[in-house]
Design a protein around this ligand. Structure first.
Ligand code: GLU
Length: 387
């Protein structure tokens, strides 16, 4: 079996990043930011995403294009916009972008939801988990979350900066099994394919598989001088490096190729795949297990122990016997069984006061008691490491 077929076999959830240049009204010689949003390309991707959904995959979109769409509407012709001007463009363009997606997906019978994130949201554990829970709830309802950076309220220092990096973070956040970055280039070349010097440009080869992002790869990516992509190849390679360290493969492909999505899902050798294989403990789980300080201990009963260890389930309030420590939502806790043996660690969805009230209770009773602060899981499987 090829590497790509093997990856496809294991996919349940995929994050797709759409770059501004992919959904712009392209016009030769002009940057996509000057060309405005193309409804045709948005519709095209609504169709493609519907087809992926019909195959049974969950899809989370990360879409750029707000600033581009806003520029068009505000008729900002010049390229040197000030930061407040860009933010104004993002504010206007974002709603236009979403409106365009909404209309396109509605035709396919799909609902969309907008989520705007900033670095502050993702750096703060509580907000990180909140975002995660929201996205999970949307996916459960069959909705397509469409994520962008909250450009109009973030200034440079607290910005994620580019949507390649945002899409990598989102892939880890939602535990996707594949990140697809749709760009306007075919992937990573071993040298700059747009070089003036034809003889060397002709020899530029597309790299089909990168199994490790090292300095050499970053150097090659840094040199690719594509003025049409917002982040260029370097931000894509860095995004892929991040997902790889979390055990998630990333694929950088040319989104202007109308058949690219079919080709990916047919296991064809398109674009550049960044993948080092499975087998590593995911960095985030590593972070939960080894980096975070545990702020409390939960004792769980035998039924819950079995559900967690043998069946890979989340921890529910019903299985909780004892709560020790003073902790808040999002803190790391140690799980022990009734004999005091450590089972694992995880990030908790309740503070210690609430958990004390709901321990041992059935989910339906917890739902009634907690109302708005209700979470089904005390610790979600994705936030849990079993030793
Ligand atoms: N968030 C920006 C926008 O929607 C794009 C950033 C990027 O593509 O890296 O216009």
């Amino acid at each position: 079996m090829t590497v790509r077929a093997d990856i496809l076999k294991n996919i349940k959830r995929v994050v797709i990043k759409i770059g501004s240049s992919v959904i712009s009204n392209r016009d030769k010689g002009r940057s996509p930011l000057e060309c405005g949003l193309s409804k045709d390309w948005v519709r095209h991707y609504a169709r493609k995403i519907k087809a992926i959904r019909d195959k049974g995959y969950e899809v989370v979109l990360v879409s750029s294009g707000a600033i581009m769409a806003g520029r068009e509407r505000l008729e900002f012709g010049r390229t040197d916009l000030t930061i407040p001007e860009k933010q104004a463009c993002a504010a206007i363009g974002q709603s236009f972008l979403m409106h365009t997606y909404e209309k396109a997906f509605e035709k396919k019978g799909l609902m969309v939801a907008q989520i705007l994130l900033s670095h502050d949201d993702l750096g703060n554990r509580r907000r990180y988990l909140n975002a995660k829970h929201t996205i999970e709830a949307l996916l459960e309802k069959g909705v397509i979350p469409i994520i962008n950076e909250n450009d109009s309220v973030t200034v440079e220092e607290i910005k994620i900066g580019d949507n390649d990096s945002l899409s990598a973070t989102v892939s880890c956040l939602v535990d996707a099994q594949l990140l697809i970055i749709l760009s306007d280039v075919d992937g990573l070349y071993d040298r700059d394919p747009s070089l003036k010097n034809k003889s060397s440009a002709e020899k530029a080869q597309l790299i089909s598989h990168v199994s490790r992002v090292n300095e050499d790869i970053e150097k090659i990516a840094g040199k690719s001088n594509n003025r049409l992509t917002v982040g260029g190849m370097l931000t894509k390679v860095r995004a892929a490096k991040k997902t790889m360290s979390f055990g998630i493969p990333a694929l950088v492909v040319n989104g202007l190729d109308e058949k690219v999505v079919e080709n990916i899902f047919a296991g064809k050798d398109v674009g550049t795949l960044f993948w080092s294989g499975k087998g590593k403990i995911r960095d985030r789980k590593h972070w939960i297990a080894h980096t975070l300080k545990s702020t409390g201990t939960l004792t769980i009963d035998e039924g819950a122990r079995k559900a967690l260890v043998e069946r890979g389930k989340s921890l529910l309030p019903a299985g909780l016997v004892k709560v020790k420590g003073n902790f808040e939502f999002g803190n790391a806790l140690t799980l022990i069984d009734e004999s005091g043996k450590e089972i694992g660690r995880g990030l908790v969805n309740y503070n210690s006061r609430d958990l004390e009230r709901i321990k041992g209770m059935k989910t339906s009773a917890v739902r009634k008691l907690m109302e708005e602060s209700f979470y089904e899981e005390v610790i979600h499987r994705d936030d849990l490491v079993i030793f």
